[in-house]
Design a protein. Structure first.
Length: 251
């Protein structure tokens, strides 16, 4: 019941009760003129009509409250249905969207002095629909343990605008192979440092893409070649990359 209808019904009830009160006072007045049968009949009918009106007013108020309760219940049900529908739509989008991630990073079979080392960063769309407008910003660097990458290193990948690698579109279930290389040719001293573990090579970056639902996504990755695989027969070695403890997440 609205405030307006509530006060209207309350005021109407008060008027009827006041009117009945006036009739009662008149009836109890010892100095009043003796009523005729017609006046008594009118009085009786007035009282009956008043009580009927009060009963109808009470029933109307009850019906109004019931209607308002039903309206609120319908509104709550509609809101709950909308929430359920939105959740189902979002779940379907998550199930069908593209998901881009790093599959692995491959180093040459034998790392040696000479030209820069070339590494293959393999990415995969493990989702069910194409990834669109895919761009990849990759950095290769080194550190000397116990030193490691810091926030500024990761920030450079997150905010970089010079996307050297842009596969564009990746269909579901497909791979893309991105090649990155060290900045300078490899010297004997540096190769020896890597082999001994004095120097550690990091590869990190950010992949940005769009799904078919026009949502933007970013995959951040970081791998470190901390494990050296040595071929004792040939006297050569290579690197095995594993995830860094930071900068590996996706949305």
């Amino acid at each position: 019941m609205t405030n307006e209808s509530f006060w209207w019904s309350k005021a109407s009830t008060a008027k009827v009760l006041r009117y009945l009160g006036h009739i009662y006072e008149w009836y109890r007045d010892p100095f009043r003129a003796k009523p005729t049968w017609s006046e008594k009949t009118v009085l009786l009918l007035t009282v009956v009509v008043a009580f009927i009106y009060l009963g109808q007013l009470k029933e109307m108020s009850r019906s109004t409250r019931a209607a308002q309760d039903a309206a609120r219940a319908a509104e709550n049900s509609a809101a709950h249905s909308k929430q359920s529908l939105d959740a189902a739509i979002e779940q379907n989008r998550l199930d069908q969207r593209a998901w881009i991630g790093i599959e692995d990073v491959k180093a040459p079979d034998a790392i040696s002095a000479g030209p820069p080392i070339v590494f293959a960063v393999n990415i995969k769309n493990s989702g069910k629909t194409p990834a669109l407008n895919l761009k990849m910003f990759t950095i290769i660097g080194r550190a000397y343990p116990p030193d490691e990458l810091n926030d500024l290193d990761f920030q450079a990948a997150d905010t970089g605008s010079n996307y050297a690698h842009a596969p564009g579109t990746m269909m579901p279930g497909t791979f893309a192979h991105v090649l990155v290389q060290t900045e300078h040719p490899m010297t004997e001293t540096r190769v020896a440092d890597i082999r001994s573990g004095k120097e550690v090579i990091y590869i990190w970056g950010t992949i940005r893409y769009e799904d078919i639902f026009q949502h933007q996504h970013a995959t951040k990755f970081c791998v470190v070649g901390s494990e050296r695989l040595i071929n004792t027969e040939k006297g050569t070695f290579t690197l095995d990359f594993s995830e860094c403890t930071r900068h590996n997440d996706a949305d």
